[in-house]
Write a protein that binds this ligand. Sequence first.
Ligand code: UD1
Ligand code: CA
Length: 464
Amino acid sequence: MSERRLEVVILAAGQGKRMKSKRIKVLHRAAGRALVDYVLDMSLALSGHAPVMVVGHDREAVVAHCSDRARFATQEQQLGTGHAVLQAVKLLGDLRGADVLVLSGDVPLTRPETLRALLDEHLSRAHGVSMMTMMLDDAGSYGRIVRGPEGNVERIVEAKDASAAELRVREVNAGIYVFRGEELERDLASLSATNAQGEYYLTDAIATARRRKESVGALIAEPIEALGVNSRADLAHVERELVRRAIARLMSEGVTFRNPDSVTIDAQVRIGQDTVVYPFAVLEGETVIGSDCVVGPGVHLKGCRIGNGVEIRTGTVAEDSTVADGATVGPYAHLRGGTVLGEKVKVGNFVETKKAVFGKGAKASHLSYVGDAEIGADCNIGAGTITCNYDGVQKHKTVLEDGVFIGSDTQLVAPIRVGNGAYVGAGSTITKDVPAGALALTRTPQRTIEGWAARRRLERAAKK
Ligand code: UD1
Ligand code: CA
C-alpha cells in the first residue's frame, strides 16, 4: 500500500488580514521560529523530500525564508484554497500513483504521528479523500463537516455559506487533507466560485469526490493539533503550546523547572541533565545549556552556548556568547555578542562584556566594562575597571596576558597590552603598554593636612 508516492503541498499565499500586520502570516514567529518552519518540518518527517509551497502575497519574503526547503508555485491572485492547490498540482505534473497531502502554512501544531495515522487510514481504506477534523464547542469561522445519515462525510460547508442548522455542527475542518492524485487536477479545475466569498474553495472537492462515489475519510484530532493561526490571540495560543511542549520534552530529559509556567523558551533550545531553571527565565534562539547548571531567576539568554556546571545568576542578560564549564556569571551581568568565558571564569554583578575572551579562571567580579579584550588565564580585574576601547572613531583592543592584576577603578586606554603577571595599581589611567612582571600606576601622590577640618569649622563660625 505504501507503493504510492507522497507529495506535500503547503498553502502560504494568503496575507492573513486578521493579523493586522505588515508581515505575511506564515512568517510570524512562535517559540522562536516562523509558523511555516513547523509545517516544513512536518512535511519533511512525512515525505522526506521538498514540498511544493504555494506563494503569492509577499512572495519574495516567503521564498527567501524557506529557500532550499521547498519548491514554489506562484498564485498571482488569491482566488481561494482550491485555486491555490491547483497551482501546486500544475507544477507537480503527472500525479498518477501519488497521493497529495495538503497542509496549511498557518496550522503549525499537528504532530507527525497524527498525519501518519491520517495517511495510513487513507491508504488502507482506499479513500478518495481524507481529512483531519476536530470537535469544537465554539466552531467560529471554521468550515463545518456535513455527514450523511450513515455517518459518512458528504461535504464541507464554509461558515459564511452555512445554514443555521449547519452552523450548529461541532465537527469542523482542520484544513489538512490527503487527496488521491489521479483525479485531483480535474476536480480542482472544475470548482466554481459561486459562494459567499466568491472563491474557489478546496473544501468543495470533497463533494466532488462523493459524487463520484468515492469514500471520504475523516480523522478526528485533538483541537490543539488543528489550531489555525488567524489572529494575534491564536498566535499567543500556539506559542503557549510550543513552550509547553518544549518544557515537557526537557523535563523528560532530566531538566528541573522550578516554575515551568513562568519560563519562556524557544523550541530549539537544548538543556542538559540536572540543570535547574528558575522562574521567569527567557531562553531564546539556538541556545544550548549543559548539565548541572543553574539558570537563575529572570535570566535572558539568546543564542548562547553554556557548558556544564555553570551558574548564571539572577537577572543576567547574554547574547551570542559562550561560557565554559564551571563559570559563574551575574547576578545582573550583561554578556554582549562575542563574549567567550573560559573554564571557572567569574563575571560578577554589573559587569558588561563585549567581544571579550576570558582565559581560564579569570575574574571580573564587580562593576566593570570589558570590551574588545583578551583577558589571560587567572587575571583579576578589580571593581570599576573600564576598557576605554573607543576613541570616537575606531574600536581598539585591550590585551591582558596571564595572571595580570588590575586594581580597582582603572581605565585601560586601548590599544593597550599588559604583560604576564604585571600589576596595575588602583585608580590608574593606563595609556602605555605594561611589561611583564612590572607594576604600573598613575596615581597622584596623596596630600594629608592635619587638623584641617577643625580649622574650617572655626572659620565658618567666625563668618556668622
Ligand atoms: C480554511 C477552510 C476551512 C477550514 C480552515 C481551517 C477553505 C475554503 N476553508 O478556511 O474549511 O476550517 O481553513 O484552518 O479552504 N491560501 C492560499 N491562497 C488562497 C487562499 C488561502 O494560499 O487563495 C492559504 C492561506 O495562506 C492559508 C490557508 O490557505 O495558509 C488557509 O487560508 P485561510 O484564508 O486562512 O482559510 P480559512 O478561512 O481559515
Ligand atoms: Ca486559516
